[in-house]
Design a protein. Structure first.
Length: 126
């Protein structure tokens, strides 16, 4: 792995942590390119995926929407506003053994779960 990639990866990680919200890849790229106009969209996308693969950030796969990237890596739940699309953390205990309660009729080997609640955020509700 060369030095250029390490610097770019560090920049992507730093940006996700500084944004402190569940940013899309485009939002991360738009933030970085303001100060580093030579970085490509593909480089940001590749590094976001690599960082999530190695556990430095968390990738939230959003049904019918762009994936989001979270600076908080421990297991937790989220809620998405159905009006503006923003994603927020939910304050509740993570149910680690939830998969053991599933009556599987399709032969799946469950490896984990993500739960995304939906609602209307306070800003959109006013």
């Amino acid at each position: 792995m060369n030095k250029r990639n390490t610097i770019q990866r560090s920049l992507v990680l730093k940006t996700v942590k500084e944004l402190q919200f569940h940013a899309t890849a485009d939002e991360v790229y738009d933030t970085i390119v303001k100060k580093h106009s030579d970085i490509s969209r593909g480089t940001v996308y590749r590094n976001l995926n690599l960082l999530s693969d190695i556990g430095e950030i968390r990738k939230l796969e959003m049904p019918s929407g762009a994936d989001r990237f979270d600076h908080i890596c421990h297991e937790h739940y989220h809620t998405r506003c159905i009006k503006c699309g923003r994603v927020f953390d939910v304050e509740m205990d993570f149910i680690a053994d939830l998969e053991t309660n599933i009556k599987d009729t399709h032969g799946f080997k469950f490896t984990g779960h993500d739960i995304i609640f939906k609602g209307i955020c306070p800003e959109c509700n006013s």
